[in-house]
Write a protein that binds this ligand. Structure first.
Ligand code: ADP
Length: 494
């Protein structure tokens, strides 16, 4: 038997998953690592912590699965996107902590650049909003604030990359200095139409273009891991940013296929294939994993900042529940929210609003409001926010999607799934294996290894467990959406 090892390097934890060649997960191992918050709004990771978590989960997973190194065919990587690391080419030591995608330290700088009129040009080239979320302004910050970065640059000893690049370089003993298109498209330095680092944008952010890593497709032979470093030498056969990997893992291979991930936040990606659709409704354009060799593939993307996190808030702050699971039964115990709407704009609102000033609110409360109404309103708020992003997609596409595939921790909640299907009027497909992020990297690696010959070979691996069909009356639905919109307007008022 041979196996494929996948590393899923996420924002709060790292996982190693071992699959057999049929796509069955043999075992997985997970480890959390430290989140560093030096100031309000600042978020960092120690790259050494990340690397040691990777080594540790690999070794635990191999031991648990009783798989020997010699039985491993290859390695695939999927990772948190946008987070950026600088390190020393000679010693491998990080120059500074990784600046995490959530970090807002460059928000003011992005507003300054917007006021200077750069937003349009950036959107046209990269498909992204001029925002601190993406890597470019974070990289500029390092050059402006960390003298060591400039010293190493002068000595021709500076390397920089997203987490995939850092991990590949470390695991290969410094031999691989590459990234993939999906990760590169989140740096705000890649021209997503020409598929190369953009000279003008690199100049704008004062980033020497020549130090950036080589960009490759996601299903690709990147090079070998180093025996001295990892204990074994195997090819690295796939690399993809987490959301694009999930899109691939959901087998959204066709134009118009949409996946929604319900985790802490909600992440929506719609496959637009060869068409780099530029959104006029608050969405991003990004590169997805190619399904046709040498042909770039694009996706429309929208992220909701607070998804499942609103349920954590009910549990940890309001103490209305003791576990997320309870919310399904409680929500179903009442016929509706009795006019209550919750807008969980805890950190502003993401797509399609992109408003960091928006305030969280609970509205429509009366003497008759009870705990179940509030819990139900919290679950419904997840679905309404997702629906807002899908509505923007409909407007950009000039047509409606009729089905979505879902994944992430909160999809266990049948009430939420039913309500989403009702409010969005779509068929909602929930697959058997809900861990599709790692599965995407597995499919990409298995394709590179020739285990699967075509996308058709992959489609049956993770069947649909349940499909939810819309049941709500049109009138009822319109009324609810209008009330939600009213609540959003209040949240946006300063
Ligand atoms: P992440 O990958 O972002 O850490 P997960 O995919 O593990 O998130 O999902 C965890 C999130 O899903 C948490 O925010 C949690 O509150 C929410 N969640 C988990 N189970 C349920 C449930 N049964 N109902 C509603 N929300 C849930």
């Amino acid at each position: 038997m041979s196996y494929i090892l996948i590393i899923d390097q996420g924002t709060t934890s790292t996982r190693a998953i071992i699959y057999n060649t049929k796509g069955t997960m043999i075992t997985s191992s997970q480890e959390e690592f430290k989140q560093i918050y030096p100031k309000p709004g600042y978020v960092e990771h120690d790259p050494i912590d990340i690397l040691s978590s990777v080594r540790s989960v690999i070794s635990t997973a191999l031991t648990k699965a009783r798989v020997k190194y010699s039985e491993l065919l290859c390695l695939g990587i999927t990772n948190q996107r946008e987070t950026i690391v600088f390190w020393d080419k000679v010693t491998g030591e990080p120059v500074y902590n990784a600046l995490v995608w959530q970090c807002r330290r460059t928000a003011e700088r992005c507003v300054e650049l917007e006021n200077l009129g750069y937003a349009e040009q950036i959107k046209a080239k990269t498909g992204l909003r001029l925002d601190a979320y993406f890597s470019a302004s974070k990289m500029e910050w390092i050059f402006q604030n960390v003298p060591k970065a400039n010293e190493l640059l002068k000595a021709n000893q500076l390397l920089v990359g997203t987490i995939d690049t850092y991990l590949m370089w470390q695991l290969s003993g410094g031999k691989i200095y590459k990234t993939d298109y999906t990760n590169a498209s989140r740096t705000m330095l890649l021209n997503i139409h020409e598929l190369c680092w953009d000279k003008e944008l690199c100049q704008l952010f004062s980033i020497p273009i020549e130090i950036l890593p080589q960009v490759c497709p996601s299903s690709h032979f990147f090079g070998y891991t180093d025996k001295e470093i990892l204990g074994f030498e195997i090819p690295i056969s796939s690399v993809a940013g987490d959301q694009q990997s999930a899109l691939f893992g959901q087998c959204c291979f066709d134009k118009g296929d949409l996946k929604v991930t319900y985790g802490t936040g909600c992440f929506l990606l719609l496959n637009t294939m060869e068409e780099a659709l530029s959104s006029t409704h608050g969405l991003l354009t990004t590169l997805s994993c190619q399904t046709i060799p040498n042909s770039p593939a694009y996706a429309l993307e929208g992220s909701v900042f607070v998804g499942g996190a609103v349920i954590q808030w009910l549990r940890d702050e309001l103490k209305l529940i003791s576990s997320a699971k309870e919310t399904e039964e409680i929500a179903k115990s009442v016929k509706d929210t009795n006019g209550v709407f919750l807008v969980p704009a805890f950190v502003g609102l993401g797509a399609p609003y992109w408003n960091f000033e928006a305030e969280g609110l609970l509205t429509g409360i009366t003497r008759g409001t009870n705990k179940a109404h509030i819990i139900r309103a919290a679950l419904e708020s997840i679905a309404y926010q997702v629906n807002d992003v899908i509505s923007s997609m409909h407007r950009d596409l000039k047509k409606s999607v009729t089905a979505i595939t879902v994944d992430g921790g909160a999809v266990e909640n049948n009430f939420l799934m039913e309500f989403q299907s009702d409010i969005t009027q779509v068929l909602l497909h929930r697959p058997l294996n809900k861990e599709v992020t790692a599965l995407g990297a597995f499919y990409l690696a298995a394709l590179e290894q020739g285990i699967y010959k075509s996308l058709e070979d992959i489609k049956h691996i993770n069947p649909i467990e349940r499909t939810f069909t819309p049941q709500m009356m049109e009138e009822d639905r319109n009324l609810k959406i209008n009330q939600w919109k009213k609540a959003i307007r209040k949240s946006l008022l300063k």
